[in-house]
Design a protein around this ligand. Structure first.
Ligand code: NAD
Length: 429
């Protein structure tokens, strides 16, 4: 049994992944039935508001509005669609394992059917597909098909990543559903990796763990560069041109954050541990990342001495530019750490302030970069938004009381900063 590529699909969970997946397939001409338990989010979507910041997403949804349906009930989705993409959250638990309660809520809500399939986009531990199939069988729903189709999009360029993926990974049991998912993705003309469910689940975790390892690796090289007089930017350029290494994810900074890397690295480490294997390398990757965020404090102390009573501005709060996602952002650790050391913190982000206000206490939020820099002793560039690289450093020097710029992402022009009479501390330079 097959499903033609223009058949309607459903997307369960309309967060960063779900909404982009829905918009992407709708752009390709597919009718998409979106379901979310968050009634407020659905009401906003039905009013034409886009609840997250993601470049191009609002315009895309606007273009395809006639093909997109938003609701809180599963029934219309089950009625119209055979493929039900699951994009609910799988946040970390206290133990570091993935919290699968939202995934299981979806699984439990499925009726017995021999013409529907769950297509798992959420990032889940290896073995989840197998345990869901067992649950289906135990509840008399063994006809319900299951496909693992992990998502690799990057926030900030999510829609573009959806439309031009490096590859599409489909793990299935060789029944109609895997072929139907492959047909749906066919217009994207992307390399296809057809495999079993467990291997597809592992591709996602291993890919994120590898990228995180690359970041922690270059951060450690940066730290050694600081001790030895080398410039990590030159080193990364020289390394990255080696095709076996590649230039991506060799940008030193103050550590990775976001909704994926920290939790997926930890989930893979836990998964290994739960099956009796100690994944030493990932333990180090996580530790290096945590220490990297705190190195900023050492850099500030090197110039300012004690931080008690010092005023420090954080520019950029989202975990990376072009998103409003604050999950596991380095700015959260920094603002808490600086305040614990007695500093007062002002902050500015072009789009993430609303989210940041929910998570950061004791911080004064400004409406502009210069507003945050008014009278401060030091400025920390935390997220490399383009507007910070374009700052007028002479104006910055006039606005600040002190002169220290800590460039946590090596995104400012060091010479321009120094020419304005400011002092500059990068990462690994
Ligand atoms: N954000 C990323 O960059 C990214 C990239 C690749 C993979 N992933 C993975 O995709 C999954 C979703 O991530 P996200 O960032 O989109 O999460 P998110 O928190 O932005 O969105 C999840 C949505 O699911 C909804 N939801 C929760 N329970 C539900 C239920 N029972 N029925 C219907 N909707 C429900 C929530 O209300 C929310 O709107 C996670 O497993 C994540 O690891 C995320």
């Amino acid at each position: 049994m097959s499903t033609d590529a223009s058949a309607p699909i459903a997307v369960i969970g309309t967060g960063y992944v779900g909404l982009v997946t829905a918009a992407g397939f709708a752009e390709l001409g597919t009718e998409v039935w979106c379901v979310d338990v968050d009634a407020d989010k659905i009401a906003r979507l039905n009013r034409g508001e886009i609840p997250i910041y993601e470049p191009g997403l609002a315009e895309s949804i606007d273009r395809s509005r006639a093909r997109l349906h938003f609701g809180t009930e599963l029934a219309p989705a089950l009625e119209h669609a055979r493929l039900l993409f699951v994009a609910v959250g799988t946040p970390p638990t206290y133990s570091g394992d993935a919290d699968l309660s939202a995934v299981h809520a979806v699984v439990d809500a499925m009726p017995a059917s021999d013409h529907h399939a769950l297509v798992m986009k959420s990032t889940v531990p290896v073995g989840t597909g197998s345990s869901i199939k067992r649950i289906f069988t135990e509840h008399g729903k063994s006809g319900f098909a299951y496909v693992s189709c992990p998502e690799f999009l990057k926030e900030g360029s999510a829609l573009e990543d959806f439309l031009k993926p490096d590859r599409v990974v489909i793990g299935d049991d060789g029944n109609w559903a895997g072929d139907a998912v492959a047909e749906l993705y066919a217009p994207l003309d992307a390399p296809l990796v057809r495999t079993d469910v467990a291997s597809a689940e592992m591709v996602k975790l291993a890919a994120n763990a590898f990228l995180a390892t690359k970041i922690s690796f270059i951060n450690e090289i940066a730290n050694v560069c600081e001790e030895t007089g080398a410039d990590v930017l030159e080193v990364a350029r020289g390394m990255g041109l080696d095709q076996r290494i590649g230039k991506h994810f060799l940008r030193p900074g103050i550590g990775f954050g976001g909704s994926c890397f920290p939790k997926d690295v930890s989930a893979l480490k836990q998964l290994a541990g739960n099956s009796g294997y100690h994944f030493q390398l990932l333990t180090a990757v996580i530790e290096v990342n945590e220490l990297q965020k705190r190195r900023v404090v050492g850099k500030l102390q090197k110039h300012l001495g004690s931080l008690v009573g010092k005023r420090i501005a954080l520019l950029g709060l989202a975990f990376k530019p072009d998103t409003d996602d604050m999950r596991e952002a380095s700015s959260l650790v920094l603002s808490a750490r600086l305040q614990a050391d007695g500093a007062t913190v002002t902050a500015y982000d072009p789009v993430a302030e609303e989210e940041a206000r929910k998570l950061m206490t004791g911080v004064r939020f400004a409406d502009s970069a210069l507003g945050a820099l008014e009278g401060v002793d030091a400025c920390v560039l935390v997220t490399e938004w383009k507007e910070f690289a374009a700052l007028n450093w002479a104006e910055v020097a006039d606005t600040m009381a002190g002169s220290l710029i800590v460039d946590g992402r090596n995104c400012a022009d060091r010479d321009a900063v120094l020419a304005a009479g400011l002092s500059y501390e990068g990462i690994g330079r």
